[in-house]
Design a protein around this ligand. Structure first.
Ligand code: ADP
Ligand code: MG
Length: 301
């Protein structure tokens, strides 16, 4: 197979591992920086140009599109889809999962357990909104944040009001969420490929930190998940339309609740804590599923 990995940086652990796994399995692989692509949008013969060459005859793409380049990155991916190239995660699914509010609405509609979540535009509604999610302590999130940036725990109603007003004055879109205290600063990352959780880890925030993100100094250990957690993770990825996903769950008193579904889940933490060849499993999935023209969206949406 000829595989394009859409990534800004070939030195990143995840990108390197995917290249390595593809080469090991005898594939042709190229790392393509989406920001350096330019495209010709025509219905007769769409094309993508990169470093003085036309990207042709690819069988599959693995998008690793960072949150900061979602807009242009998904446009490049859509172009691959228009050309009939199979993408392990399609552009529409990536866009969907990037917007926390949109993702929550889609998951809730399909009956996935979520923390109680509120959203409003006008500052006048702050009071009601806080009540809606059960009062303080509560969690406030910027809609398009990642790596724990833009996620704040407000311990009191006063703190919550101040933070909500501050974010609003910056015109940031935010959501407000019930704080799942019993999770104890930990979450469960389920790495889903196709219809299986292939690896799972528990991430624990460092002392005094409620956010478990590894980027915030959290640590990861392999964890055994329950059948309910497994089923929830697989279902959440499927609803979002992602073939590869990092589904983050919190262990709440009411069972697993989904916090987010990541479309470009990192490989470093999960491979190191579980000692599994997740990159190899991604390539294996492509070998079984990448068929020309097998894209649901053909660049729509
Ligand atoms: P990001 O996309 O920035 O990673 P998340 O929504 O995943 O944002 O939140 C970051 C971390 O904060 C989570 O991994 C979790 O540990 C903690 N967290 C987020 N929301 C809640 C919540 N409602 N209750 C308890 N902890 C939470
Ligand atoms: Mg997260």
């Amino acid at each position: 197979m000829k595989i394009a990995i859409l990534s800004r940086n070939e030195h990143l652990y995840s990108t390197r591992r995917l290249v390595e796994a593809a080469l090991q399995r005898g594939h042709d692989v190229m790392v393509v920086d989406p920001l350096k692509c330019y495209m010709n949008i025509t219905s007769s013969k769409p094309s993508i140009h990169y470093k003085h060459q036309s990207l042709e005859n690819f069988n599959a793409t693995i998008p690793r599109i960072g949150a900061s380049i979602t807009f242009y990155g998904t446009a490049v991916l859509r172009q691959f889809e228009m050309m009939g190239v199979y993408s392990i995660n399609e552009s529409v699914a990536i866009t969907r999962s990037r917007d926390k509010l949109r993702a929550s609405q889609i998951l809730a509609r399909k009956g996935i357990g979520l923390p109680i979540t509120g959203f409003a535009h006008s500052t006048k509604d702050t009071d009601e909104l806080i009540k809606l999610v059960g009062g303080a302590p509560l969690v406030i999130k910027i809609l398009e944040g990642t790596q724990g940036k833009g996620v704040v725990l407000a311990e009191t109603k006063n703190a919550a009001e101040s933070v909500i007003e501050a974010f609003r004055s910056l015109n940031a879109n935010i959501l407000i969420q019930e704080y799942i205290k019993e999770a104890g600063g930990a979450d469960i990352r389920c790495f889903v490929i196709g219809d299986k959780v292939v690896a799972s880890m528990k991430r624990q925030g460092r002392e005094g930190e409620f956010r478990s993100n590894l980027h915030r100094g959290g640590t990861a250990v392999k964890v055994k998940i329950t059948p309910e957690e497994r089923a929830t993770a697989v279902k959440a990825a499927k609803i979002m339309g992602l073939k590869v996903a990092g589904v983050d769950l919190l262990r709440s008193n009411n069972g697993p609740v989904v916090m987010e579904v990541n479309s470009s889940p990192g490989l470093e933490g999960i491979e190191q804590s579980t000692q599994k060849d997740v990159a190899g499993m991604i390539i294996e999935f492509l070998e079984k599923n990448a068929k020309p023209g097998k894209t649901k969206t053909k660049g729509q949406g």
